[in-house]
Design a protein around this ligand. Sequence first.
Ligand code: 3PY
Ligand code: ZN
Length: 660
Amino acid sequence: PFLLNVLENQKFLNGSVDTYFIDENPQLFKFAPTKNRAQKLLNYLGEVLVNGPQTPLGTTLKPAEIKPHVPVVSQVFGSFEKFNKLGSWEYLVTNPDHVPSIEPPKGFRQIYKEQGPEAFAKAVRNHKGVLLMDTTFRDAHQSLLATRVRTHDLLKISPFVAHNFNQLYSLENWGGATFDVALRFLHECPWERLEDMRKMIPNIPFQMLLRGANAVGYTNYPDNVVYKFCDLAVQTGMDVFRVFDSLNYLPNLIVGMDAAGKAGGIVEAAISYSGDVSNPNKKKYDLKYYLNIADELVKAGTHVLAIKDMAGLLKPKAAKMLVSAIRDKYPDLPIHIHTHDTSGAGVAAMLACAEAGADVIDVAVDSMSGITSQPSMGAIVASLQGSQHDTGIELPKVTEYSAYWEQTRTLYAPFECTTTMKSGNADVYNNEIPGGQYTNLQFQAFSLGLGDFFEDVKKAYAEANLLLGDIIKVTPSSKVVGDLAQFMVQNKLSPQDVLDKAEELSFPKSVIEFLQGHIGQPYGGFPEPLRSTVLRDMPRIEGRPGESLPPLDFKTLTADLKETFPNATDRDVMSAALYPQVTNEYLAFNEKFGPVDKLQTRMFLVGPKVGEEFEVTIERGKTLGIKTLAVAEDLTENGEREVFFELNGTLRSVLIRDKS
Ligand code: 3PY
Ligand code: ZN
């Protein structure tokens, strides 16, 4: 590459090279990265074998040693025999360019793409029977497996989904925590994931969770970041944007809606649900509160209205009251309901929603449902069969889909929430902890090994919520409450202690920022006198936080990023706009270790066993056969350990610094 660089340099070519030539031409040393992906992957595997997992594992449980069975898409391959002749699934499914040649049946995406978001909304509203959104690719694993499901395992089942679930309203497969976790822990590109899923599933609308002005992050971004993000998401294949704000703060919500709408996406504005509309003693978030927000969101032009019950608080009776009230007021508006099954009443609540006139309800495939995830797809499909709300989905297909996930889930054993959570728990009605956070907090308590710690944190969570003014709790406001709860437990503070000692306590940063107005304005105002006592003369943001943020300078960001990573793409720049540090680390990792996203999940997490042979397809027609031969017992004088592999039949070795 050096030679090529030099040969393209005019000064070099016309001979006017002086002693400063090299200093003045640093670009000569910017080489295109070597394409030696095989060697990089061997380095990765060597690193895992010598120094252990390169992504933090939640528990000591090991990924299962199985190869999940992928159901055959009989519509495409005709028969099993014919399918088998086409090559291994490994080859087919890790190569999105090798999309099965027979188009999957048409779905709602065709209506949206051919006639636009309004026509899509109309078709949804006019549809007989209740429609489903499948959350298996996003919220289900965010809630059950710490968001760790990898692109590799999503792509394997994608053709099956495209061919058998074309009736879905949408497949939720992006946004929320997936963006961050893909880059940070899975060392893979979330944009590539989206693009590849799109190639395999052209017919079902894709849905993402957009945290309003927080996009897919935990903090308010400048407006231009949110707009550019949505643009790139639509270009990469996203369709439906569920937009919420963690305080139901309208100005934040509207920025997200506008960004999704201007990008050409389907806008699904969401009201985050808290309290209990069926309980007259719970006064703050009553029916009127929700109907008022619904009015505002309809006025702001939402195509679909969502109720986002992130903690699973919507009891069947409340579901009926809320959905019928909105249905009566807006007969033409598509209504979409999201819940979590934390208490165990999720199926009942979703059936009540269908009865009350909801158009779409959220489910996760059986083996990825329940507990803090969504209610079971199979249970709902079966319950509605033959009724006027029949989903039109075939139960045997759900069963096949579920079997894939039942096996695949065992690969993620180190992240299993069921390590600590064995059943649903109706205490969620008291503490109101969102699904994803519930398992997170329990997990933290578990790893600290403190007996009643989780019980204490749950109790403190409810108290912290009241201290902060009984706020809506969902990312990131849920973190504020969770941080305060843990702070109270660790410092043994009662709510009264917090109020009495507010002046001298050093509160968590998230709590102070919330009180300053960094994430928006809570309904009913900030808690006083707590806010004034804590903040004293600290600055306060009065309106929408993003309004006072200067636009991000994408030109400078691009130039900076390209200086270190000359091959950084526009997608990498967008990732860096949201997560600068994480993106830098991702790009550096990728440069060093290559396409680790192409490895099977067990190999990626804990590496192969000595003697084990496996395949990695890094691009169409390029499959590597790898066998681990040995890890040297002795260290070299440089403190390195040699790891021996067979790569496509030839001996290769890598030297890995032993960090132990
Ligand atoms: C997220 O913001 O990731 C959520 O799932 C909120 O419910
Ligand atoms: Zn959710």
